[in-house]
Design a protein around this ligand. Structure first.
Ligand code: PDD
Length: 286
């Protein structure tokens, strides 16, 4: 069945939603995006995603073309039109149609492009990977150095996902100067002696919305949190490893580059944090 999607103020069948070949998002990857999960028809941490969207746009010198209420209304309308119970809403804002290809930005006042669409994911919270855990490989982090901006230039993470799959793994963890930065599309954590350890915020990683929530919930659950970089060797020797993202929530990692983490099973802290995160997210969803 064809989806109804949002394009620049209009709700259209997906086949009719067309963006110019001169759009800066298409020719320059000059755009930012957000992914908000949906459980029971409600949006998880919508305000957090809106804050990060504004920040990403600011960092690239782009205006925010819509108000938070406009985005919320559009998200809700898309959920309703497409009958989404569990899934996600993808939102992308680009610098718009420049009318030609040029490295220089288009003139001030050029309308930006705003796209939103839904993806249905029935049973999103019942991911079997929560029981089996993920197996990851490592790879050098060859991305640019403004990973804090959620841009649509996702070629390297995409190549790595394919490499991971080709090697029988689920994902890749990126390593720079000997330390893990993050996963291809998630933030990374280890647990050692009951302490949850994750890289501190900087331009080196995306400031995950799920990460912010998880660290708060972990502290509230009396789990000690340490924000600092960790090495791959430290991760392989940890008691547990895990990842977070808006669409995966919290998932355990049981193998890194062929080395078993802990006893090779999802650990108790990762499992508990997933439960706490899901419970809290459902409660605060709008
Ligand atoms: N990815 N790091 C990277 C590189 C990411 O792409 C993501 C999210 C995260 C986690 O951020 P959050 O908790 O705000 O989702 C960390 C999204 C889900 C995606 O690209 O589909």
């Amino acid at each position: 069945m064809s989806r109804t999607v949002y394009l620049d103020g209009q709700y259209l069948p997906e086949a009719e939603a067309k963006v110019s070949i001169f759009d800066r998002g298409f020719v320059m990857a000059d755009g930012v995006y957000e992914v908000t999960s949906v459980l029971d028809g409600k949006l998880l941490d919508f305000a957090g995603h809106m804050r990060r969207l504004t920040r990403s746009l600011n960092e690239l010198g782009m205006d925010n073309p819509l108000s938070e209420q406009d985005y919320l209304d559009a998200h809700r309308k898309l959920l309703e039109l497409n009958g989404i119970t569990d899934g996600l809403v993808y939102l992308q804002v680009t610098r718009g149609n420049a009318g030609d290809r040029d490295f220089a930005f288009p003139p001030e006042g050029t309308p930006q492009t705003v796209v939103m669409f839904t993806q249905a994911k029935p049973g999103l919270a019942e991911n079997p990977q929560a029981q089996t855990g993920l197996r990851v490989i490592s790879a050098p982090d060859l991305r640019w150095h403004r990973r804090d901006i959620k841009t649509v230039q996702l070629l390297y993470p995409s190549l790595l996902k394919m490499e991971a799959k080709a090697r029988g793994a689920d994902d890749a963890w990126l390593v720079e100067d000997g330390f893990v930065t993050e996963g291809t599309s998630n933030n990374t954590y280890i647990v050692k002696d009951g302490t949850l350890i994750t890289r501190d915020l900087s331009n080196d990683i995306l400031h995950g919305i799920t990460r912010t929530a998880l660290l708060r919930l972990a502290s509230e659950a009396q789990i000690k949190v340490e924000e600092r970089p960790f090495t791959l060797a430290e991760a392989q020797a940890a008691d547990e490893a895990l990842i977070t993202s808006a669409s995966a929530f919290v998932l355990p990692v049981v193998e890194i580059d062929g080395a078993q983490v802990g006893n090779g099973q999802p650990g108790p802290i990762a499992t508990r944090l997933r439960e706490i995160y899901l419970e809290e997210s459902r409660k605060t969803a709008i």
